[in-house]
Design a protein around this ligand. Sequence first.
Ligand code: AOF
Ligand code: ZN
Length: 384
Amino acid sequence: MKLTAEQRELDRAAMARCLELAERHRGRTAPNPIVGCVIVDRAGRVIAEGVHEGPGSDHAEIDALKKLGRKAPGCTLYVNLEPCNHHGRTPPCAPVVRDSGVARVVVGIEDPVPGHGGGVQLLRRKGLVVNTGVLRETCERANRPFLMWAERGRPAFTLKAAITLDGKICTISGQSKWITGDHARADVMRLRDGHDAVLVGVGTVLADDPWLTARRAGGRDPQRIVLDGALRTPVDAHLLPKRRGPRTIIACREDASEARERALVATGAEVWRCAKHRNGRIDVQALATRLGDANIQSVLVEGGGEVHAYLLEKRLADELVIYIAPKIVGGPAKSWVGGKGLASIAAAHRYVFDGAPVNLDGDLRITAVRAADRRLPDDPMIDD
Ligand code: AOF
Ligand code: ZN
C-alpha cells in the first residue's frame, strides 16, 4: 500500500505524540524502554492514548487498547517501539493488537532485545499493514539509554558541566557557586530527574558535599554513584542514603580499607570493589557493565574534571550537556575536562552538536553526541 505524502505527515505527527507521552516517564522505566501509543480511527481522530509507566505495568499498546475495551476495528495503532511478542513481567502485546481488529500498525523502531521482537512479523503474517521506521532517528534518540543497555549491556553516560565563557568550572580560588543562573540550575534538576543515576568523583564529594537529588515538583531522586578508589567519602556526606535516601553505590579499588567499607555500609551505602587498571584507576568499563547488570540504563556524570577526562578517554562519554554562562574568570582555573590532555587536534574526541543551543534566561545549554555513534533526531525538537 503506497502512502500519500499527507498520510505520511499524519503518521509522523502521531509518532511525535507517542514520544511526547513516553517522555513523561523518562528515568522511571528501567530496565524497560519509554513507550507511548496512539490509536486513530478511520476518520483520523485520536480515540485513545497509552503509555508505559515502568516494569510490571501495562505496555503502552495495552494501556491504550484497554481504554477501548481491547477493540479498535479498522483503526491505526502508533507505537514508538515494536509491539513485543514475548512473555516477560507482562503478557505479549502483538497478539492483543492482532485480536483488537486494528488494521494498520505504525512502528518507530524494532525491539533490539533478543527474543522480545517478532511482533512486526506476527502482525504482518496475520494480514495487518505494518509500517516501520517512522521518525526512526528521533525514536532511537529518545530510547538511547534502553538501546545502549540492550545492545552493549551498559548504561548511556551523559557528561554535564556548568562553565564560564572561557571554559572554567571555578575561579582560581576554587569558587564555583554559582556560575550559571537559576534557570540553568533548574534544568540540571530536570536532567537528574530523567537519569537512572548520577555519578561523581570523590573529589567532588570532598569539595562540594553535593546531595545529587532532583529538587523539582513531582521529581524522583536518581541513584548516586561515587568513584572513590580509596573510600575517602566521609560518613556524613550528604549523598549517603542514611536509611531514607535513594541508593548510593561507592565504587572503590579491590584493595580499599575494609574498616572504611564497614563505616560506609553502616550508612546504607553499597560498596562495590572493582578491578583496577595498571595505573591504579578503577576499570570504568567493567564498572559500566556491572551498572548495566544492575539495570541502570542512564548515568548523568557531574564531574569533576578528572572523572570527565577519564570517561572521555575510555569512550564512555556518549552525550555532553554543557551550560555556558556569559562570564569570564581567566587564569589557570580548572576546565571541565582535566587529565593530561592531548597533543594533537587529530586525536581530539569528536562530537556532533545535537540541535541548536537553548537560551536559559541568559545562559546557553549546548548538547552534543559522540560522533561515532550518532543517533540524531530527524526532526530537531525544541524542548524549552
Ligand atoms: C515496555 N513497555 O510499552 C513495550 C515494551 O517484562 P515486560 O513484560 O514488561 O517486557 C519488557 C520488554 O517488552 C522490553 O524489554 C521491550 O523489549 C518490550 N516492549 N516494553 O516496557 C512497552 N512495548
Ligand atoms: Zn509489549
